[in-house]
Design a protein around this ligand. Structure first.
Ligand code: SF4
Ligand code: SF4
Length: 435
């Protein structure tokens, strides 16, 4: 057993209001520079929607020359030697600037000097790359304005297989937000794909970084990361990515995105895990088993044996104490309400999510009760506004079982707290029923 510590994050999606404060403050702190205009270490996606860069989840489209094999290791995609060689040199399927968006500002000069007219003057978008006026056709969160309507939603790869269930009439559409940073994976394919060895995972806390001196700008990491969370700085010719705000974390303050989050939905903390079991867990045969497999590599610091072994492995005692109290560990390990994003990518991501508990449409219509009513708790989950299959496609490789378990727990917790807040006696049997 090789015990290691990992910084991790859990985000509670029910609390995200899509305000983008996290994206803007992150940008101000880290990528407010020439060459990184289009770069968002933190972005917030509209769901359903195409994401950023668009359709990055369509792995058949974007995997390019790389694939994570069933042995959990990154490999060149199947094909003859010549095809593999061609893949190395051509680095195919890189997202283009159109797939991110062409960054723009507004022509404030014209706006401010415009003569008085009957109508308000309009600030025209101007490209930050060419300085020319733009006819904007796509950008991150374009999906917001379409409100989940058919035009954009049918292209969301996560809707595959449930098109019939989601009819895209406005009464039935759904929408929520998915904030994303680099996953600081336990099995990072960005590092595995880098020919220069420039991407590394820090021994002490698992944060994945790019050594700017060693990066040669191959951009294999951009192709190799299934989450598309490495970016190319077109001024320096080097790759850049989210650093989990390591200079802040090292002095005991949270990441910028977590500190400024309006919804207070980001939890940060340490996890202990067995590094010897990572590849084994990443290579389980069935995609549906990946969520449980990843959970199985985490170790419980409250176990005195583990705590002692961790200190013997060089993890400081106060870090072990921090792991015991870590809210991230409690949400993942104890309460089991947080789930990994796309475990089927097999990189063992370390930013996990509490899925959104949306209103229970049918129950509200028929009885006037919502899904948090304890009498409806167990019947209700099948009639959520957000299809459980959609959430399963995001968080459990399509397995609805763990999603249902989490949603029942969340509904139970709300019902329990509602009883308390209304001055009644909480029904202990509810908590027992959902474990
Ligand atoms: Fe690397 Fe991508 Fe994982 Fe981040 S999300 S550690 S960039 S593979
Ligand atoms: Fe969501 Fe928080 Fe970001 Fe606002 S700041 S978009 S609430 S994650």
């Amino acid at each position: 057993m090789k015990i290691m510590a990992q910084m991790a994050m859990v985000m509670n999606l029910d609390k995200c209001i899509g305000c983008h404060t996290c994206s803007v403050t992150c940008k101000q702190a880290w990528t407010n520079r020439a060459g990184t205009e289009y770069v968002w270490f933190n972005n917030v996606e509209t769901r359903p929607g195409l994401g950023y860069p668009r359709t990055y989840e369509d792995q058949e489209e974007w995997k390019g020359g790389w694939t994570l094999g069933k042995n959990g290791k990154l490999q060149l995609k199947a094909g003859g030697r010549l095809k593999k060689l061609a893949n190395i040199f051509s680095n195919p399927k890189m997202p283009s600037i159109d797939d991110y968006y062409e960054p723009w500002t507004y022509d404030y000069e014209t706006l401010l000097t415009s003569p008085a007219t009957k109508n308000f003057p309009v600030a025209r978008p101007k490209s930050l790359l060419t300085g020319k006026d733009m006819n904007v056709r796509w950008s991150a969160n374009w999906d917001d304005d379409l409100g989940g309507s058919k035009e954009i939603a049918v292209k969301d790869p996560m809707l595959k297989g449930i098109e019939d269930k989601v009819k895209f009439e406005f009464e039935q559409t759904f929408m929520f937000y998915l904030p994303r940073i680099c996953e600081h994976c336990l099995n990072p394919s960005c590092a595995a794909s880098c020919p220069s060895g420039a991407i590394y995972k820090r021994e002490e806390d698992g944060i994945v970084l790019v050594d700017q001196d060693r990066c040669r700008g191959w951009r294999m990491c951009v192709s190799g990361c299934p989450y598309k969370k490495v970016y190319f700085n077109h001024k320096t010719g080097k790759a850049e990515k989210c650093t989990f705000c390591y200079p802040r974390v090292e002095v005991g303050i949270p990441t910028v995105c977590a500190e400024t989050c309006v919804g207070r939905l980001r939890y940060i903390g340490l996890m202990l895990y067995d590094a010897d079991r990572v590849l084994e867990a990443a290579s389980v045969e069935n995609d549906h088993d990946l969520y449980e497999a990843q959970r199985s590599v985490f170790l419980d610091p409250n176990d005195p044996e583990i705590a002692r072994a961790a200190e013997e492995a060089g993890i400081p005692g106060d870090w072990v104490e921090a792991a015991k109290k870590s809210p991230v560990r409690r949400l993942i390990q104890d309460y089991k309400v947080a789930l990994p994003l796309h475990p089927e990518y097999r990189t063992m991501p370390m930013v996990w999510y509490i899925p959104p508990l949306s209103p229970v449409v049918d129950v509200i219509k028929e009885t006037g009760h919502d899904g948090e009513d304890k009498n409806n708790l167990f019947a209700a989950i099948d009639t959520l506004r957000i299809p459980v299959e959609y959430l399963a496609n995001l968080f459990t490789a399509g397995d609805v079982g763990p999603i249902n378990d989490v949603l029942r727990k969340l509904a139970a917790m709300r019902s329990f707290m509602r009883d308390i807040n209304l001055g009644g006696d909480p029904d202990e049997s509810i908590a027992e029923a959902v474990g």
